[in-house]
Design a protein around this ligand. Structure first.
Ligand code: ZN
Length: 239
């Protein structure tokens, strides 16, 4: 029997705060902290990883897989798919799969910036994806389709910065979310970027406060009976 309340912890493993920084402190400094916290809390996560991340930091990918987490695809270059023609989009995804699938099976996909043209969804099916998590449930004007033979659509429930807002605001927000809940974070949130010139919602409470917030968020859901599952399990659990 599937659990009555399901949560998915998802991570976008990519350069720092694109399109503003493009450095790799999240991967080199934030990721070890994040992986340690997930291990301590016993929470399995799905890591949507860019091809460039895997190419430049293969040891990080090895650690993700060794930690019992799911390796998933986040495109190669963190370019918005809405700027690509279909052939370029296909190449971007195929190139990433060739790199990631050397490490583990990869059947879940999320587009950068939660932005993916509906017309390209068949490319995901061709490339062996069974789940697409490219849409934000909070983006109200997204089309809602469910086509046979196409990937299962698992929408992100909240933007990543929501996890960092104060408990008094955040927890009532959590309480309104219906199962399944899809949380997401980026490794660069666990590096102190408060002194950098990036957009406020990217930098506020980054570093240790973000780690503390993530821990309390995971515990909030666990104590309310949510079970954390991997994204590739979603179609089965929804049946
Ligand atoms: Zn991303």
């Amino acid at each position: 029997m599937p659990p009555s309340r399901i949560a998915y912890m998802t991570v976008d493993a990519e350069p720092d705060c694109p399109p503003f920084l493009w450095t790799w402190r999240g991967i080199t400094e934030g990721m070890p902290r994040l992986l340690a916290l997930l291990a301590e809390e016993g929470v399995p996560a799905t890591f949507f990883t860019t091809g460039a991340t895997a190419e430049t930091h293969p040891g990080t990918v090895t650690e993700i897989v060794a930690g019992g987490h799911e390796l998933a695809c986040h495109g190669y270059s963190h370019t918005n798919f809405k700027t690509m023609d279909a052939a370029t989009a296909r190449d971007e995804i195929a190139r990433t799969n060739a790199i990631l699938r050397r490490h583990a099976p990869v059947t879940s996909f999320r587009a950068p910036y939660l932005s993916f043209p509906e017309a390209y969804v068949p490319i995901l099916a061709d490339q062996g994806f069974t789940v697409d998590s490219s849409r934000g449930a909070y983006k109200r004007n997204e089309p809602r389709n469910a086509t046979a033979g196409m990937p299962f659509r698992l929408d992100a429930s909240v933007t990543s910065s929501v996890l960092r807002i104060p408990h008094l605001v955040r927890d009532p927000w959590f309480a309104m979310l219906k199962s399944p809940v899809t949380l997401f974070v980026h490794p660069w949130e666990f590096v102190d970027l408060t002194q950098t010139g990036i957009r406020y919602d990217c930098r506020f409470r980054t570093g240790q406060p973000a780690l503390d917030r993530l821990r309390s968020a995971l515990r909030w859901f666990k104590t309310r009976g949510f079970e954390f599952r991997l994204v590739h399990e979603a179609p089965t659990l929804a049946a």
